[in-house]
Design a protein around this ligand. Structure first.
Ligand code: ADP
Ligand code: MG
Length: 319
């Protein structure tokens, strides 16, 4: 390895000028129904791509059960990690940021000890989210764990932008759909008016002939429960996950994102975005085996170009 490659680049504590505006979707969560679908690949390399475009970025390994984001970046297990913050050994989250070896990109390594860290209590989660928001950077990228546990969903929902990674296979599409639906239902638990919550569950079960979608319910509530209508409107309006199709092989694989978004819109009347596609590429597993970041070791591979397009599309959302 060259001296240049091993040089540790300190992570700047100051926010850079550039993409970090008040409008920037700062906290980005990368989720999806299952493990092994490319969440860490997308998180790590999206972070590198955004940093390459001049943004300051912190990657947080929020896979509280199977943290391995550091390996995707090609760095060893850092001595300080999220565990230290969750277990109060470190008072400030920013003190757990370690250099990633890439300019402007910092890493908060995943928790690797203690049940408490793998399953943070509500107060710990709230504290973590508060500190995340306070980080002085343009973007924070959360690499989420697999499954639909509340801890995963709550981080997904707390983000400004939630990405759902899926593979172009029926099983993976079902999982992604389930992940989106479960997180939507979790979000609807924020409805504090019991009457609205009940009406909403009837709509979602398809048993309400007067309201086919949640938006029809908003229209109806405006007349007899304006406060309930406003709350439901806010919860619905803020729910807008973005799909990322990984391991695409055929032309048709690239159309899967828009097809899923159209189905979601048809059945629920809600918007899903499509951020883009990353092709299936041997460069990915080769990079993992070499413990190197894909974008660093194979920047012109098809998968790298796919991730860079994701970054461009993401930056375009904030323009
Ligand atoms: N686009 C791709 N092309 C080829 N292999 C891939 C691709 N994306 C992921 N993989 C393979 O899948 C493995 C799991 O990816 P990873 O990002 O760790 O998934 P997750 O974080 O969702 O568990 C990678 O180590 C790699 O071998
Ligand atoms: Mg992972």
């Amino acid at each position: 390895m060259s001296e240049e490659a091993t040089k540790v680049i300190p992570f700047p504590r100051r926010r850079s000028p550039g993409p970090g505006t008040a409008r920037a979707r700062k906290v980005i969560a990368v989720g999806g129904g299952k493990g092994g679908i490319g969440k860490s690949l997308v998180s790590a390399n999206l972070g590198i791509a955004l940093a390459g475009r001049g943004a300051t970025v912190v990657l947080l390994d929020a896979d509280l059960g199977g943290a391995n984001l550091h390996t995707c970046l090609g760095v060893g297990q850092p001595t300080v990690s999220l565990s230290d913050f969750i277990n109060n050994r470190v008072a400030r989250l920013e003190d757990t940021i370690v250099p990633s070896g890439i300019e402007r990109l910092g890493l908060i390594a995943g928790a690797h000890d203690g049940l408490d860290a793998a399953n943070p209590r509500h107060a710990q989660k709230t504290r973590l989210l508060r500190h995340l928001r306070a980080l002085d950077v343009d973007y924070v990228i959360l690499d989420l764990g697999a499954g639909t546990a509340f801890n995963v969903l709550d981080f997904f929902l707390a983000a400004d932008l939630g990405l759902v990674v899926l593979l172009p296979e029926p099983t993976s599409i079902e999982n992604a759909y389930r992940f989106i639906k479960t997180s939507f239902f979790r979000r609807m638990q924020g409805l504090t008016d019991p009457g609205v919550a009940e009406a909403m569950s009837v709509v979602l079960s398809g048993r309400d002939p007067t309201a086919r979608t949640p938006w029809d319910l908003v229209t109806r509530l405006r007349i007899d429960n304006p406060a309930g209508a406003t709350q439901l409107e806010m919860l619905l309006g803020g729910f807008h996950p973005w799909l990322v199709v990984n391991q695409a092989r055929t032309r048709a694989d690239h159309d899967i994102g828009p097809t899923i978004a159209a189905a979601w819109k048809k059945f629920f009347g809600l918007e899903l975005g499509y951020l883009g596609t990353v092709g299936h590429d041997d460069a990915v597993w080769m990079a993992v085996r070499a413990r190197q970041a894909l974008l660093t070791t194979a920047p012109s591979s098809a998968a790298s170009l796919g991730v860079m397009r994701l970054a461009e599309n993401l930056l375009a959302l904030d323009r």
